[in-house]
Design a protein around this ligand. Structure first.
Ligand code: ADP
Ligand code: MG
Length: 267
C-alpha cells in the first residue's frame, strides 16, 4: 500500500454530532484503520460509554479493564490504558467501559472538569502517533466537551436524511463556546456525508444543502450505505480489513486519503 503523508505534528481530531446513529463510531474506526493501512500510527480514543469503537476494533472493554474512565476520573495515565487493536499493527485504542456512563455526573464536581482529556493527552507522549481520533457519545455533555477541548480539529459526520441539519446549530454553538473559553485552536475542519443512498433524491438534496452551507470543509467523498459496513463490527474489525473491496471500504479509504492529503488546515 502506498504511504500517505505524515502530518508535521500529531493531529487530534474529535468526531462528534450529538445525534445518535449518524456514523460517528463507524467513521472513527474506519478512518483510523485506513490511515493505519497507509503507514500512519493512529490512536482511537473511545469516549462513548457504549464502547462501540472498542468493540469494532476488537478491543476488550468489560468493566474491569482499565479504560478512559480511570484516565478522566482517577488521573490514570493514558499510557496505562492504551492497547493495540489486533487488526492492524499501527492501530491503537483507548477503550471505554460502561463505567464511563457515570463519568458524565462524576466530572461535574472535578477540578478542570472540561479539560481532563486535554491534560491526559498533554501528559502523554501523543507525538508517537500521527493521528488521535476521539469518538464521542451522542450528547453535548461533559464527555463531548472534553473531546472538543482536547482536539484541534472537529470532524462532523452528517447522515444524508431529512433531519440531517437539525441540531447542528446547537453543536456549532457549543464549538463557539469551547473556542472562546477553553480551546481557541479548535476548528471545524471536516464534514463527512455518511450513509448516502444514491437512489434517493433526498440524499442528493441534503448533500447539496450541506455543501452550500459549509463549502470546502465537506469532503468530496461521500460514504454510501453498505451492508458490509454494518456487518464488520460484529467481527471486531473495521470494514477496511473485513471486506477491503466493498463500496464502504473504498469510500472510507478515499475519505481518509482526502483528510491525510489536505492536512489540518483544510483544502
Ligand atoms: P453513531 O456512532 O453516530 O451512533 P454508528 O457509527 O454506530 O453511529 O452507526 C449507526 C448504525 O448505522 C450502526 O449500526 C452502523 O453499523 C450503521 N452504519 C453506519 N454507517 C453505515 C453505512 N455507511 N452503511 C450501512 N450502515 C452503516
Ligand atoms: Mg457511536
Amino acid at each position: 500500500k502506498k504511504e500517505w503523508p505524515k502530518p508535521p505534528a500529531c493531529r487530534v481530531i474529535t468526531i462528534a454530532n450529538q445525534k445518535g446513529g449518524v456514523g460517528k463510531t463507524t467513521t472513527s474506526v474506519n478512518l483510523a484503520a485506513s490511515l493505519a493501512m497507509h503507514g500512519l500510527k493512529v490512536l482511537v480514543v473511545d469516549l462513548d460509554p457504549q464502547g462501540n469503537a472498542s468493540t469494532a476494533l476488537g478491543v476488550d472493554h468489560h468493566a474491569d479493564i482499565p479504560s478512559i474512565y480511570e484516565v478522566l476520573i482517577e488521573d490514570r495515565p493514558l499510557a496505562e490504558i492504551v492497547v493495540p487493536a489486533p487488526e492492524l499493527p499501527n492501530l491503537y485504542c483507548a477503550p471505554a467501559t460502561l463505567n464511563l456512563a457515570g463519568a458524565e455526573i462524576e466530572l461535574v464536581s472535578k477540578v478542570a472538569r472540561e479539560s481532563r482529556l486535554r491534560r491526559a493527552l498533554d501528559r502523554y507522549d501523543k507525538e508517537q502517533f500521527d493521528y488521535v481520533l476521539i469518538d464521542c457519545p451522542p450528547s453535548l455533555g461533559l464527555l463531548t466537551v472534553n473531546a472538543l477541548v482536547g482536539a484541534e480539529e472537529l470532524l462532523i459526520p452528517i447522515q444524508c436524511e431529512y433531519y440531517a441539519l437539525e441540531g447542528l446549530g446547537q453543536l456549532l454553538r457549543t464549538v463557539d463556546l469551547v473556542k472562546s473559553h477553553l480551546n481557541p485552536q479548535l476548528e471545524v475542519s471536516t464534514i463527512l456525508l455518511t450513509m448516502y443512498d444514491a437512489r434517493t433524491r433526498l440524499a442528493a438534496q441534503v448533500a447539496d444543502e450541506v455543501r452550500g452551507h459549509f463549502g470546502d470543509i465537506v469532503l468530496r467523498t461521500v460514504i454510501p450505505r453498505s451492508v458490509r459496513v454494518s456487518e464488520a463490527p460484529s467481527y471486531g474489525q473495521s470494514v477496511m480489513t473485513y471486506d477491503p473491496g466493498s463500496s464502504g471500504a473504498l469510500a472510507y479509504s478515499e475519505a481518509a486519503s482526502e483528510m491525510a492529503h489536505r492536512g489540518a488546515g483544510g483544502a
